[in-house]
Design a protein around this ligand. Sequence first.
Ligand SMILES: C[S@@+](CC[C@H](N)C(=O)[O-])C[C@H]1O[C@@H](n2cnc3c(N)ncnc32)[C@H](O)[C@@H]1O
Length: 269
Amino acid sequence: MDNPELARIPGVNPHVPDAARIYDYTLGGTHHFEVDRQAAEFMFSLVPSTRKWLRMLRGCLRTAAQRLSSDGFHHWVDFASGLPTSDHVHSVLPQAKVLYSDINPLTIATGKHLLGDNPRTRYMECDIRSAGDFLRRPDVQTFLDGERRVAFGANGITVFLSSEENRKFFRDLYDWAAPGSKLFATFETKAPGLSTPKWEQFVGMFQKMGESFQLYSLREYLDLCGPWTPGPGGVMTVREFLGLPVGHITEEDREGVGIEFYAVILEKR
Ligand SMILES: C[S@@+](CC[C@H](N)C(=O)[O-])C[C@H]1O[C@@H](n2cnc3c(N)ncnc32)[C@H](O)[C@@H]1O
């Protein structure tokens, strides 16, 4: 059902599909319109396991927030956040200060609306390709109480960046952060050389929307995020990260192209 509250937010157009609302529908949320549901269902018709993988990714974000909270982090800076619905970081870390950011103005407007006047959360505009400039902004520093030992979130975004953009993003965060900072990231991979017509069409959908959609190998991702290094848990498949049984991911979920997602908590030592 359409969300009437959402339609009242200035600038929100219920007739044009929006990436964050499509994502929200995929996660089982309530912030979407018919056009978003149709676009999502078309994606599921091409790659049916999309829903399962993306729900696992959101689960990993919550698990990472819990782990980093028990490591004593009280400041979380989240990039490419999408909609901060009730299962996002601030609900896991109600005592922490959580700074959300995204490039999409509609997502930001909706995000601000969802967060309301909660003083421990903020939603700001940030193009991840200029993350260093963003982190140096005075209002960002003020919100973070001048703290530079922070936890970062970069969930489900690396695939939308070129290799140079990924490298710069991780480097910008590393250069700004104090030693001891940690960064939660997820990486989408597939078996090199494998493809199917439906997979090609799926990738083509993103490219038509003007988004880069590029998968790297795990080895390439780990190179791109240097000089950050994996913490004690190392890199895990998202299934392992969530502690799910081996059979949770079936061959069908890999869609004939060997899809695999990884999660890692990186450290600046
Ligand atoms: C797959 S969603 C990420 C979801 C979210 N991180 C989560 O864990 O649920 C991708 C988001 O990346 C945002 N995005 C795409 N390119 C971006 C960029 N260059 N800078 C910042 N955000 C970007 C999109 O607007 C979208 O909200």
